[in-house]
Design a protein around this ligand. Structure first.
Ligand SMILES: C[S@@+](CC[C@H](N)C(=O)[O-])C[C@H]1O[C@@H](n2cnc3c(N)ncnc32)[C@H](O)[C@@H]1O
Length: 291
């Protein structure tokens, strides 16, 4: 089955929960007739944003996305940097330990960015179907080249002193990418075996809604894996969810049982060729959906 058909089996209209069907320009809801169009890169847009909204988002800027890809998400491939690998490899270990066998499973990576965790899941679990969701079309364009491509992808890292570099596409097939918001996922409840979100929840406008949505699409008994520095963008959430313990309490009140959690993984973002960097103290939680 091709990837869009696999996606449509687990998708629903974000407005009315109706069934989605494919047509030449994108997908359409059978019930409310809303169309969700593909962009020029062939990515389905469920939460399309205005030009102004995109201009205000650093994750839509190509220079930032090149830097994100070359220095952070895939820095281990481009330069051999290991500074953020402790976090990514911890997440990978929790995913692999949750997959148990080679049986086909559905994995959701919300806030997938340029596709680091999505591609790791697809590569290490070839029988899985991995759906990557992000708000940024620029990041998804890069993710698409990395995950599905076979060519060399040019990265311009001149502004941080590293010059021009390339990253090779991974040529994976068992993944699919969509543009949508964590706050309004076009997905059927109780569908995914594993839901991961790496450094997403402190970036979204409404983290509570995003977390509830991610839990709702997880199957009962499914595994929720989160990493985050809790570097909230508003005072409201610094007050509401300032610690791992408060976040765990929120999860438990929303149907998750905490299996493992720890704080203090250092996620080190290299900033330039002089050796400047920024450290984030990151928590990791693995939880199971009750029921
Ligand atoms: C810090 S980056 C993490 C990216 C990726 N998980 C990684 O670890 O490389 C946060 C990502 O969340 C995305 N994002 C922000 N708000 C979002 C939302 N409401 N729904 C989906 N993605 C969102 C951004 O576009 C960005 O790609």
């Amino acid at each position: 089955m091709n990837s869009i058909l696999r996606f449509l089996k687990i998708a629903q209209c974000p407005n009315c929960t109706g069934e989605l069907i494919e047509y030449d320009k994108g997908v359409s809801c059978k019930f409310c007739k809303t169309d969700f169009l593909k962009n020029d890169d062939g990515i389905l847009l469920f939460s399309p944003r205005t030009t102004k909204e995109k201009e205000l988002d650093k994750y839509e800027k190509i220079e930032y996305v090149d830097k994100y890809t070359g220095l952070w998400a895939f820095g281990y491939k481009v330069f051999g940097f290991g500074q953020i690998e402790s976090l990514h490899r911890t997440v990978n270990q929790l995913v692999l330990a949750s997959a148990f066998s080679n049986k086909p499973i559905n994995i959701l990576d919300v806030g997938c960015g340029v596709g680091r965790a999505t591609s790791d899941c697809a590569k290490y679990l070839p029988n899985s179907f991995v759906l990557g969701v992000d708000l940024s079309e620029t990041k998804l364009k890069m993710a698409k080249k990395i995950i599905f491509g076979i060519d060399e992808i040019p990265l311009d890292l001149c502004s941080s002193g590293f010059g021009k570099k390339v990253l090779k596409g991974l040529c994976l097939q068992n993944a699919f990418l969509i543009q949508a918001s964590a706050e309004q996922l076009p997905l059927t409840p109780d569908t995914f075996d594993i839901v991961i979100n790496v450094n997403l929840i402190d970036r979204v406008k409404n983290p509570e809604k995003a977390i509830k949505n991610m839990i709702s699409v997880l199957k009962p008994g499914g595994v929720f894996i989160l990493s985050n520095p809790l570097n909230w963008q508003s005072a409201e959430f610094w007050n509401m969810l300032p610690t791992k313990e408060k976040l765990e309490a929120f999860f438990m009140n929303n149907g998750l049982e905490i299996e493992e959690s720890f704080d203090g993984i250092i996620y080190r973002e290299i900033l330039d060729a002089r050796g400047s960097y920024q450290d984030w103290t990151t928590i990791v939680i693995k939880a199971i959906k009750s029921g």
